[in-house]
Design a protein around this ligand. Structure first.
Ligand code: PMP
Length: 360
C-alpha cells in the first residue's frame, strides 16, 4: 500500500485508522451478515449508528442544549437556499458578507430565495482579508447576517465572530471542527462534512431552537428544517455511509483532544507552512493578508510562475498530491484538514524549502 499525502480541498484525506475500521466492518457489520450500507435506515443497527453520530457531533462541537443538530443532504450548497427559505419571512432581509468565492455564491442564492443585501463586499480587495466588525452594514429589518468563516478558495479566515446586534448565520464548511464556535451570537451554522469530518454526502446544520420554532411554514417537505428536526434527521433515507464514517471520525477526533486538540493542530500545522513562505525571501508569497490567513487552506504562489509546472511535478513525485490552487485564483493551495498526518505537513515544508533552495 502506498498512501500519498492528499492536500485536496475536499473531499479530503481520512485517517488510516478510520478507513481500516470501515474496511473490517464492510462485509459483515457486527455479525448481521450484511454491511451497514445495505441495511434499512429504519433498522436498529443503523438507528444506533445514527443516534451516536448525532450525539457525538453535539459533544465534540460543544453544541449548547438550546440548539438542534440536523443531518441533511445537498451539501453546503443547498443551505445557501434553505437558510433564507426557512429564516427570512416576508418583510425581513438577510445581510451577506461577500468575503470570497463561497460568500459570493451564498449571496447569489440568497438573492434568489429572499430579500438580501450586501453587508460588506471584499471583491475590490480581491478577497485578501475579512471585514472588521464596523465595516459590516446592518440595515433595519435584518433577520441575520451571513458569514463564511473560512473562504476555502482564497485561504482567508475570520478570526472571531463579530457582534453585529443581529443573529449570525455562518458557513463553517471548511473549518468545521477545527475551532470552537461562539454560539451566543449564532442562530445557525452549516457545513458539508467532506473536508474535516468524513466522506461527501452529508451536510450538518446546527440551529438555535427558537429559530427553528420561527421557521417559515409550508415549505416542501425536504426544504423545511422543522420536518427534519421532528424526524431526528430521518425524514427520508439519509446518507448512511457518510453518517457512519462521520461517527467514527468524531471518535477519532475525541481521542486526539477533541476540538481543542484539532484547533491546536490547525494553528501549528498551518504555521509551519506560513513559516516557509515568510522565510523564503519572496520566493513564495501568500495573497492572504497575515491576520486573515486560513489555518485550513494555505494559499501561496511562486514569485516565478514559470516554475509552477516544475514545482507541481516534483511535489507529485514526492507523493504530495492535489496542491494546485483553485482554477479561479491559480498558484497553489495546501488544504490541511483534521486528518492530515503531521508527517504530511513536514514532508510538504521540507519539499518547499528544498525546491526554493534548488530553484531560487
Ligand atoms: N462553502 C464553502 C466554504 C466551501 O468550501 C464549499 C465547498 N468547497 C461549499 C460551501 C459548497 O459545499 P458543498 O460541495 O458541500 O455543497
Amino acid at each position: 500500500m502506498n498512501r500519498v499525502r492528499n492536500f485536496c480541498a475536499g473531499p479530503c484525506t481520512l485517517p488510516v485508522e478510520v478507513l481500516t475500521e470501515v474496511q473490517n466492518e464492510l462485509l459483515d457489520y457486527e455479525g448481521s451478515g450484511m454491511s451497514l450500507i445495505e441495511m434499512s435506515h429504519r433498522s436498529p443497527e443503523y438507528d444506533a449508528v445514527h443516534g451516536a453520530a448525532l450525539d457525538r457531533l453535539r459533544v465534540t462541537l460543544e453544541v449548547p442544549d438550546d440548539f438542534e443538530v440536523l443531518f441533511l443532504q445537498g451539501g453546503a450548497l443547498l443551505q445557501f437556499a434553505m437558510v433564507p427559505m426557512n429564516l427570512v419571512a416576508p418583510g425581513s432581509s438577510a445581510g451577506h458578507v461577500r468575503s470570497g468565492a463561497w460568500g459570493k455564491a451564498a449571496y447569489a442564492d440568497a438573492e434568489r430565495a429572499c430579500s438580501a443585501y450586501l453587508a460588506w463586499d471584499g471583491t475590490d480587495g480581491r478577497f485578501s482579508r475579512m471585514p472588521e466588525p464596523d465595516e459590516i452594514e446592518v440595515r433595519p429589518g435584518t433577520r441575520y447576517v451571513h458569514l463564511t468563516s473560512n473562504e476555502t478558495i482564497e485561504g482567508i479566515q475570520l478570526r472571531s465572530l463579530p457582534d453585529l446586534g443581529v443573529p449570525l448565520v455562518v458557513d463553517i464548511s471548511s473549518d468545521f471542527l477545527t475551532r470552537s464556535v461562539d454560539w451566543q451570537r449564532i442562530d445557525l451554522v452549516y457545513g458539508g462534512v467532506q473536508k474535516n469530518l468524513g466522506p461527501a454526502g452529508l451536510a450538518v446544520v446546527v440551529i438555535r431552537r427558537t429559530a427553528l420554532e420561527e421557521c417559515v411554514a409550508g415549505l416542501p417537505s425536504y426544504l423545511g428544517y422543522a420536518g427534519h428536526s421532528a424526524a431526528r434527521s430521518l425524514l427520508n433515507t439519509p446518507p448512511m455511509f457518510s453518517i457512519y464514517v462521520v461517527g467514527k471520525m468524531l471518535r477519532w477526533i475525541q481521542d486526539r483532544g477533541g476540538l481543542a486538540g484539532m484547533a491546536e493542530r490547525a494553528i501549528r500545522r498551518s504555521g509551519l507552512v506560513y513559516d516557509v513562505i515568510d522565510s523564503s525571501d519572496g520566493f513564495y508569497t501568500g495573497p492572504a493578508q497575515a491576520p486573515a490567513r486560513s489555518r485550513t487552506n494555505v494559499v501561496f504562489r511562486l514569485s516565478s510562475p514559470e516554475l509552477d509546472g516544475r514545482f507541481l511535478a516534483g511535489a507529485h513525485e514526492a507523493g504530495l498530491m492535489n496542491l494546485k490552487g483553485h482554477r479561479s485564483v491559480g498558484g497553489f493551495r495546501a488544504s490541511i484538514y483534521n486528518a492530515m498526518p503531521d508527517e504530511g505537513v513536514e514532508e510538504l515544508t521540507e519539499y518547499m524549502r528544498d525546491f526554493a533552495r534548488s530553484a531560487g
